[in-house]
Design a protein around this ligand. Structure first.
Ligand code: AP5
Ligand code: MG
Length: 209
């Protein structure tokens, strides 16, 4: 099964992807994580991506599509994957249709009023896990792997505002795009704990698997 995870910044795409990857044995491919790894490694892609990410804008389509096409050409995706954060506009969605067979687009819908607090309180781990500071009880290390947690550079109020605007203008129209293809599965990601939302997602996915 090949799934797209769609949702605003802070909707819970990464949180749910970790759980879904384990339950359905899917590969988690996050374009945001790929860009951050490139920034950390000081690669040319990382140098280009950093200025866009810091401004809350989309990294240019040609670079992003090439990365995803290349990644989906590898052998390890054959058992199924989840695309977290791709596609993010109509052009990317059309490109993806040309090189991948997507089964489901899972839209995690969250009231925009919740997003700022969720993101600005986020603490992440390099293993991919993500937490909210209010649930950590003062802990600064990852419950999954023990590494030190940190704050993402783009998780500040100014950049988050720009990211939400970019989402509304460019990414939200994809909900209709996948609805028309009959591939949309929607869940309310704003009410309930991550585990409760995960249970709802599984209920919906199990109906169509
Ligand atoms: P990316 O890394 O994809 O960031 P994003 O889309 O802004 O989404 P986030 O990772 O911030 O949120 P999330 O939905 O994963 O939420 P999470 O689970 O962590 O992209 C970053 C940048 O890279 C982009 O801005 C762009 O510049 C560039 N980029 C990436 N892809 C691109 C593309 N295709 N084209 C061009 N550019 C691209 O949860 C958030 C917080 O909420 C956490 O603290 C979590 O603990 C908490 N939380 C989760 N669920 C719940 C719940 N149920 N209740 C309460 N709190 C919860
Ligand atoms: Mg994420």
């Amino acid at each position: 099964m090949n799934i797209i995870l769609l949702g605003a910044p802070g909707a819970g795409k990464g949180t749910q992807a970790v759980k879904l990857a384990e339950k359905y044995r899917l590969l988690h491919i996050s374009t945001g994580d790929i860009f951050r790894a490139n920034i950390k490694g000081g690669t040319p892609i990382g140098k280009l991506a950093a200025s866009y990410i810091d401004a809350g804008k989309l990294v240019p389509d040609d670079v992003t599509c090439e990365i995803v096409k290349d990644r989906l050409g590898k052998e390890d995706v054959k058992g199924g994957y989840m695309l977290d954060g791709f596609p993010r506009n109509l052009y990317q969605a059309e490109q993806l249709d040309g090189f991948a067979a997507i089964d489901v687009c899972l839209n995690i819908d969250v009231d925009p009023a919740l997003l700022m607090d969720r993101i600005c309180g986020r603490r992440v781990c390099s293993c991919g896990a993500s937490y909210h500071v209010s649930t950590l009880n003062g802990k600064t290390t990852c419950a999954r792997c023990g590494k030190e947690l940190y704050v993402r550079k783009d998780d500040n109020p100014e950049t988050v505002g720009a990211r939400i605007e970019t989402y509304e203008k460019q990414t939200a129209p994809l909900i209709d795009y996948y609805k028309k293809q009959g591939k949309l599965v929607a869940v309310d990601g704003g009410k309930g704990s991550p585990d409760e939302i995960f249970a709802e997602i599984c209920k919906q996915l199990d109906k169509i698997l």
